[in-house]
Design a protein around this ligand. Structure first.
Ligand SMILES: Nc1ncnc2c1ncn2[C@@H]1O[C@H](COP(=O)(O)OP(=O)(O)OP(=O)(O)O)[C@@H](O)[C@H]1O
Ligand SMILES: [Mg+2]
Length: 259
């Protein structure tokens, strides 16, 4: 089943066309990477899918229904979760409190929650414990979010998104700012999400990392989709190589690097 359908989507900011007629479909359970140079329109595309930005033209369907312009709160209720390129936790709260806040909000918003207050608190605590375990944050649970290193922040960002029990998870550059030591466990964590029947869209500058995780790759350049195919095919595509390497040949490692 197709979970997400983006149809000829365009986003203009005054004179600039940030996303230019992009179409793509993501099946339930699929893992799709979106790569492309700086300013290609990757985050803008995420913002539209997550509901925080209204497209200038085009349509988005989620689980078969048109959703463009519904707003971020509604999209999150419908099952679209996201992480941000710049992590946004509450710095003065602990890791556990941050995750609890996200999980608690989700349970409050759930109209089917028939249990009483005490039952709900127990449900939330169980959920928080599970999320901390899944994201490898148990040892950091009582640390203030502001004191986390980049790897911890990225994990917390993922835990908070998972707290909303999304069907579709949008990850915007989860590996940004991480060294090899941080990237390897993050890859493990992201891989483990697959076994939870999540559908994942991953935006990433670490191309080797993204290609090692995904089923399919979409390449954006200056707002346009210039390639779509398997991770193997993308490494050989001339347009992609040109978009990444430019005239100089700089950045060769970006296409070949592993995680
Ligand atoms: N709110 C905005 N107002 C005006 N221009 C914007 C806005 N948001 C993004 N842009 C512009 O739209 C283009 C696409 O930006 P976007 O952030 O989507 O790129 P990106 O592919 O995520 O880049 P990066 O890899 O650097 O994160 C850029 O030229 C950017 O400057
Ligand atoms: Mg971006």
């Amino acid at each position: 089943m197709t979970l997400l359908e983006v149809d000829r989507l365009t986003v203009r900011f005054r004179g600039l066309t940030a996303v230019d007629g992009v179409s793509l479909a993501v099946a339930e359970g699929e893992f799709v990477a979106i790569i492309g140079p700086n300013g290609a329109g990757k985050t803008t595309l995420f913002n539209v899918i997550a509901g925080s930005l209204r497209p200038s033209a085009g349509e988005i369907r989620f689980a078969g229904r048109p959703v463009a312009g519904l707003g971020a709160a509604r999209m999150s209720q419908l099952g679209v979760g996201r992480t941000f390129q710049v992590a946004r936790p509450f710095g003065s709260l602990t890791v556990r409190e941050n995750v609890r806040l996200a999980a608690g909000r989700h349970y409050l918003a759930n109209p089917l929650a028939a249990w009483g207050r005490r039952g709900r608190d127990r449900e939330v605590e169980a959920r928080v414990a599970h999320l901390l375990a899944v994201t490898g944050l148990v040892g950091l649970a009582d640390r203030r979010a502001a004191d986390l290193n980049m790897g911890g922040l990225r994990r917390l960002e993922i835990a908070r998104a998972l707290a909303l029990e999304p069907r579709l998870l949008l990850l915007d550059e989860p590996a940004a700012g991480l060294g090899v030591d941080g990237i390897r466990p993050l890859a493990e964590l992201i891989r483990s999400l697959r076994s939870q029947h999540l559908t994942v869209l991953l935006v990433e500058h670490h191309v080797g990392f993204a290609l090692s995780l995904c089923d399919r790759v979409v390449v954006l350049d200056q707002g346009k989709k210039i390639f779509e195919g398997t991770p193997e095919a993308v490494r050989r595509d001339e347009r992609v190589i040109t978009a990444y390497l430019g005239e100089s040949g700089a950045g060769e490692g970006a296409m070949s690097g592993g995680d």
